[in-house]
Design a protein around this ligand. Sequence first.
Ligand code: FES
Ligand code: FES
Length: 178
Amino acid sequence: MTRFTVNDEPVHYKMDPATPLLWALRDASNLTGTKYGCGVGQCGACTVHVDGVARRSCQVTIGAIEGSFVTTIEGLTDDRSHPVQQAWVAESVPQCGYCQSGIIMAVAALLAHTPDPSDAQIDAAITNLCRCGTYPRIRRAIHRAVAAAREPIAAAPPPDIDPADAAAAVPALTPPKK
Ligand code: FES
Ligand code: FES
């Protein structure tokens, strides 16, 4: 049995402590925004935050993070207002989208610790793979997220929000979570 916190909710998994965090999140908590790609720590599709640090959840056992605080893409914000999420919409980054939640989580962790990263720092920190080759848009969006933390983006509203309502209230940007 393992206890820790996922997206601000206490969890108590009655699973083998050797279970990868990825499968506890997806199978026990139904948090399917965290994706399975390679299963060997290479692709980054499974990236989540553990105590504020980007970790590849296929390589983290639930027994190793007893008492930790885990954040998944579902818990990054509850209204998609994180500067990285807004920049991703504004730059239309995703193609198929499979890799994107992991990349957004990796970038959010980077900006929490390095608010204005150089291209070299981005290259060193963001090693996630994208089979659709969205890398140029990812880089543009990272720089746009840095700017968005200072000045709001009038991004297109999510599909389930009436454009008229969105126009009346573009959500205020908040800095990345520490
Ligand atoms: Fe975890 Fe690829 S599924 S790094
Ligand atoms: Fe398709 Fe990255 S958008 S794998």
